[in-house]
Structures are given as C-alpha cells and as structure tokens.
Design a protein. Structure first.
Length: 262
C-alpha cells in the first residue's frame, strides 16, 4: 500500500511527475472512477478472477488518486480515509465489536439502516430530515429508483403486495398509449416513460429481483442473440439492412430459440 501511495505522489510531483496526472482534478477523474467500478462488476459477472484482481487494483488506484489530490489541498489524506471507514464499520457493527445482539440478517439490515439514519441526522443538524436523504444523485437511475423506493417502504409508503406495482405498470402503459395520438408531446412521453420505468423497478423490488442486474443480463442476452442473427445472415449471404422487418422477425425467433437452447 505504501508503495502505491509513493507511486501516486511521484506521478503528481510538480517537477518530475506525469503531465497527464498533474492536469487531473476531482471532476476529471470522476468518469474514470465510475468506469472502473463497472469494470469490476463486469469481471465479477464473467467470473474472471484474474480480471477482477486487476480491476480492483484499478479501482483502488482511483481512491489513491483522490487521496493524493485532497492531501495537496490540505483537505485529508489516505490515512484519514482508512481511519474514517474503519471507525464507521466498527460503529455500525455493535453486534460484532460491542455487546449488542442481532437475531439474523434481516435484523442486522434494519439495525444498519438505523445507524445510517442517525448519522444522516447528525450531519444534517438544523435541516428538516427526510427519509430520502443521502440517496446519491450520481447513482445509475435504476439503482437510485430502487433505493428511493426502499427508503419510502421503510416508513410504510409501499404497495402491500406485488399486485400494486403490476396494476401501476398497466396504468402507465395506458397513459403512454394515450399520448401516442397525432399530437404527441415529447415532454409528456418522456415523463410517462419515466413513470413506467420507475414502476418496473418497483415490481422488480417486490419480486426480490435486482433491477440493475436484471437489465444487465437482458442486455447481454440481446447482444448474444443479435450476434447470432448476424452470423446466420452472413452464412446466407444476407445482412440485417437487406431484409424487411417481417423477414428479420422470423429469423430472429429461430435464432433466439437456438441460442437459448445452448
């Protein structure tokens, strides 16, 4: 760890450092951090441990980069990041590092949320608290929607069963259909589409399914099927652009079945 910190300090050295690293700011590094986090997720989903090791190293380097820049500004250093998260983990696990008892995973999750809520209340002293405080704006939209819904559900603002979100999805589809007349309004269509997606996340939550992971899997499935479609057409001397929608639909159903049976 010390070696990595020294490497980072050298990269940011005003006289001997790397020009690219010296030009970076918190804002310019942020997109790279998000990309590295997704690459970690990709390696996990592919089950590639060697890739995961490398991607975790890249993600760790992002933290070291932020720590170095913050240290240069006199804000904080890497040691303070480590001590801060260590103190937080001990504080949030009194059943491990203290005398509290928990009945199981569900009880632990509830206790964890209580500790986080208490921390938010302290941070926001003097400001009217909200159950939705602390749900980061920068989260992917599906993940953020689920977190907002879970927060609301903890105080009873939720459908009692899966029938609620199912009915809401049907309602939102009808509202989209109503907007598809001759006088389509892009703004209203966007709003209705957002409502439908939010309702789909709500359904996934009630089903115990992670919406973000589900969509990732659906993306991968579509990609695999589309590659198979392209290969099939190439063997026949055709291309996607060379066939009608009806012709493509017939071939798509055939290819989809073949891919799914592998």
């Amino acid at each position: 760890m010390q070696q990595l910190l020294e490497i980072m300090a050298r990269l940011r050295d005003p006289e001997r450092g790397c020009p690219w690293d010296l030009e970076q700011t918190f804002a310019t590094i942020l997109p790279h951090t998000i990309e590295e986090a997704y690459e970690v997720a990709d390696a996990i989903q592919r089950g590639e441990m060697s890739d995961l090791r490398d991607e975790l190293g890249d993600l760790l380097f992002q933290i070291v980069f932020y720590a170095q820049m913050a240290s240069e500004n006199g804000a904080f250093g890497f040691d303070e990041i480590v001590s801060g998260i260590s103190e937080k983990m001990v504080r949030r696990h009194p059943h491990v590092f203290g005398s509290e008892k928990v009945a199981g995973v569900a009880a632990q999750s509830e206790a964890w949320e209580r500790h986080k809520a208490a921390e938010r209340k302290l941070r926001n002293a003097g400001v009217p608290p909200s159950e939705l405080d602390g749900v980061a704006l920068a989260l992917p939209a599906l993940i953020r929607a689920e977190k907002l819904q879970k927060r609301a559900a903890k105080v009873g603002f939720d459908w009692p069963s899966v029938a609620g979100p199912l009915a809401k999805i049907r309602e939102e589809i009808r509202e989209i259909e109503a907007e598809l007349g001759d006088q389509k309004e892009p703004q209203r269509l966007r709003d209705e589409m957002g409502d439908l997606l939010f309702s789909c996340v709500n359904l996934a939550r009630h089903l115990g399914v992670d919406a973000e992971s589900s969509l990732r899997l659906a993306n991968a499935k579509f990609e695999q099927r589309f590659h198979a479609l392209e290969a099939h057409l190439e063997n026949q001397g055709d291309t996607v652009t060379g066939l009608s929608a009806d012709q493509l639909d017939v071939i798509w159903e055939k290819v989809k079945t073949e891919v799914d049976q592998r």
